[in-house]
Write a protein that binds this ligand. Structure first.
Ligand code: BGC
Length: 767
């Protein structure tokens, strides 16, 4: 009986659509004001086509969960929507990714090249703590999209860096949701100022790559709201990204792409998101459940999904109202796209100017971790010995869909030479030989799929006594580069990824010993995408510069800092712990560095046998709740290697006259920053707030605002203003399931890091 009813109601709906189709199929063409009319004019078949992409050309004859490679529209873009020419609906081009546009650099039978700028990775951008700068990187990226004919970029990536081992941390911003959301908003605003769109991703809780397509993130609503969703809430409210990408994983048992609570109740009803939700590539398992949940577009699109949508409407399991709503959102995206609005892209963005933006952004996000006065290099330093294979093969960014096809990457050796130093020939020839013996400096894999699989780097060799003796006598100082790369689809392992390898440890020890014995200095440069162990070796060299993966101009940016042309002003967007196990999340994180590829296959089987769950692979318990990153270390009083928000400068700063007052329903915090050192520089002010006693447990302090000075000269001061609201001070009450701002006395802590609070101001929040 029930079945009959569903069938019957399905037929009525089908009849309703086809009859509408007939009445409206005249000669109308899509424009900004007739979207409803177009929805009525589309057949069910066309509607279903619009809700899935055009599919992905397979590299192996069948679909696979890899990065895209469409030939439609823009070669090498990740995907497109479907065009319906009879109603004047063009397709929209979607391309990766978070560190710059990812398209094919060359095309068949075409002499032109289509290189894109490799900007610094997301983690470095967050380390600038400079929203104006990030916005300018966004604006530059958006210009490349516009000129190459790309409508939506699949980024920024903004998952929380829950644990140092997540293989995609380089694409993400921070362990803190406020910093994440604020930097993401700047990026989105910058990109979208060009009239092109973004897709903030991966919504939500895709915090590990191991078995990412099947893993179930089991997490409390409070931890979600305060930590894992907060950044998205900020970006939706502050920047209205055109689209959001739902993640692969499950959340408390339901795939993100099937999750009505997440995609409709929270994202749209609570936060007011106005755009479209698309799946991650091949994400989600049930096309009907996805449309019902509010996941409008299924990418890259499969025939089976289209069939399922049509069948769902016909048999009444999918409401035509939901289909129409999603179709409308696709059309709203189409009418915003530059091509639809008559923009003729020139395929000639100004890559030279964009490289300069990348270079400057990179210098602003590099973090000076240690310095006993060795940096900036004195003018006596002329010949520099470069140790570590990565010095000659600098890493511009991580691999996978977040990788960019840039024209070049400036290595450290090239950057040092460009800055006027001599790269020590004796050491360089040792490394040339080592590379030669090991197959040469590896080229970037051209194929996106291989780029995802192969992130391994050549291991280090320990220089012999003779090699070191010749290096020390023929150079004025040494730089050792430690490199780490990772790729989407794989997490780091604790051993040899988080921890330094034995060869790296031995290299640092012997180079430092020999140079120090000769009264010469050693600097370690970290060309890495995420957190590594530093406590055991950080006091051996004279200085440590965290260069991150700094984009295609990386070597030049490092040289700018080493030489003192730029005074470092980056601050850590996450904690560097003493041990990996110090993170509360580590007991519930895969620490073996497993990859998705094999696990995904076993995952498919397990998916059908939910009784055989495996901890941290099939499911991950977020037992630490809200105690992620500094919230945990601070609460437990744990010693860390470098605290959240930490970073040195070539000058010193003092904070004074801090104040907090209420005005126009906002809290206005001000503080005066004075440059008390000897060179000009910039300082970040981090505003943490401690809450009063509450009926729920709260972190000791949480970041609620931040800002950065302009370049201030020696002796000069600048007064900085930051604002926040009562709502920003709220916690998500687990029993009442709502945001509650407690009344009472709060402390505003003005810090240069989470541990280095320089001014404290109490303020009273009345009921
Ligand atoms: C990644 C996404 C990416 C998409 C398209 C997926 O494998 O998870 O971040 O945007 O591929 O390339």
């Amino acid at each position: 009986m029930k079945k009959l009813f569903i069938l019957f109601s399905g037929m009525v709906m089908l009849f309703a659509c086809t009859s509408q189709d007939k009445t409206n199929s005249a000669e109308i063409k899509l424009n900004k004001n007739n979207i409803d009319e177009i929805v009525n004019a589309l057949t069910l078949d066309e509607k279903a086509s619009l809700l899935i992409g055009t599919g992905m050309k397979s590299m192996m004859g069948k679909s696979h969960p890899a990065v895209g490679s469409t030939q439609l529209g823009v070669n090498g873009a990740a995907g497109t929507t479907v065009a319906i020419p009879r109603l004047g609906i063009p397709f929209v081009v979607l391309a990766d990714g978070p560190a710059g546009l990812r398209i094919s650099p060359t095309r068949k039978n075409d002499e032109n090249t289509y290189y894109c700028t490799a900007f610094p990775v997301g983690t470095l951008l967050a380390s600038t703590w400079d929203t104006a700068l990030v916005e300018s990187v966004g604006a530059t990226t958006g210009n490349e999209m516009l000129e190459y004919g790309v409508d939506v970029i699949l980024g920024p990536g903004m998952n929380i860096q829950r644990n140092p081992l997540c293989g995609r941390n380089f694409e993400y911003f921070s362990e803190d949701p406020y910093l994440t959301g604020t930097i993401a908003s700047a990026m989105v605003n910058g990109i979208q100022s060009n009239g092109v769109g973004t897709s903030v991703k991966h919504f939500a809780l895709n915090n590990q790559e191991t078995n990412r397509n099947f893993n179930d993130a089991r997490v409390s609503e409070r931890a979600m709201r305060e930590i894992y969703l907060k950044g998205y809430e900020i970006v939706v409210k502050d920047a209205q990204p055109w689209t959001v990408m739902s993640s692969y994983n499950k959340i408390n048992g339901t795939y993100a792409a099937h999750n009505h609570w997440l995609l409709t109740e929270v994202l749209r009803d609570d936060w007011g998101f106005e755009g479209l939700v698309m799946t991650d590539w091949f994400g989600g398992r049930d096309a009907v459940a996805q449309v019902t949940a509010g996941n409008d577009l299924q990418e890259p699109g499969r025939k089976s999904q289209k069939k399922a949508i049509i069948k769902g409407v016909e048999n009444g399991t999918l409401s035509i109202k939901d289909v129409n709503t999603s179709v409308k959102r696709v059309l709203e995206l189409v009418v915003k796209s530059p091509g639809f609005n008559g923009y003729k892209h020139n395929n000639k963005p100004d890559l030279k100017t964009h490289a300069a933006v990348a270079r400057q952004a990179a210098t602003e996000g590099m973090i000076l971790l240690e310095n006993n006065g060795a940096l900036p290099f004195s003018i006596e330093i002329k010949n520099i010995a470069l140790f570590g294979t990565t010095s000659y093969d600098f890493i511009s960014g991580g691999m996978g869909s977040g990788d960019v096809n840039e024209e070049y990457t400036v290595s450290l050796a090239e950057g040092i030479a460009n800055a006027g130093y001599t790269v020590n020939e004796s050491v360089k020839s040792d490394y040339d030989k080592y590379y030669e013996d090991n197959g040469g400096v590896p080229k970037k894999p051209k194929n996106a799929l291989f780029s995802m699989i192969n992130s391994e780097r050549l291991g280090e060799f320990i220089p012999s006594e003779e090699q070191l003796a010749s290096a020390v006598s023929s150079s004025d100082a040494a730089i050792i580069t430690i490199g780490r790369n990772t790729t989407e689809g794989k997490d780091h392992a604790e051993k040899d990824d988080f921890l330094l390898t034995n060869a790296e440890q031995a290299m640092i020890k012997s180079v430092c010993n020999e140079y120090h014995n000769a009264g010469k200095q050693v600097v370690v440069v970290l060309n890495i995408g995420g957190v590594i162990e530093t406590t055991s070796w950080k006091n051996l060299p004279d200085a440590v510069l965290l260069a991150w993966q700094a984009g295609q101009e990386g070597g030049n940016s490092v040289a700018d800092i080493l030489k003192g042309n730029v005074n470092p002003s980056g601050k850590l967007p996450m904690t560097f712990p003493v041990a990996l196990s110090d993170h509360a999340s580590t007991v519930n994180f895969p620490t073996e560095g497993a990859s998705i590829s094999l696990l995904a296959i076993t995952g498919i089987k397990k998916d059908k046998k939910p009784d055989k769950y495996v901890r941290n692979i099939d499911y991950t318990e977020y037992e630490e709740g809200i105690y992620v990153g500094y919230r945990h270390f601070d609460k437990k009083g744990l010693k860390v290697s470098y605290p959240f928000g930490y970073g040195l400068s070539y000058t010193t700063f003092a904070f004074s006259d801090a104040n907090v007052e209420r005005s126009g329903g906002m809290w206005i915090a001000t503080v005066n920053v004075t440059n008390t050192g000897k060179v000009a520089g910039k300082e970040v002010v981090e505003l943490y707030v401690s809450a009063p006693e509450s009926d729920i447990d709260k972190p000791n302090r949480e970041l609620k605002a931040f800002t950065k000075t302009k370049t201030i000269a020696q002796g000069e001061s600048q007064t900085l203003t930051m604002t926040f609201t009562d709502y920003d001070l709220a916690s998500f009450h687990p029993d009442k399931s709502e945001w509650i701002t407690d009344a009472g006395t709060y402390q505003a802590l003005f810090g240069a890091s989470v541990e280095n609070i320089l001014q404290t101001v109490p303020f009273e929040l009345m009921k």
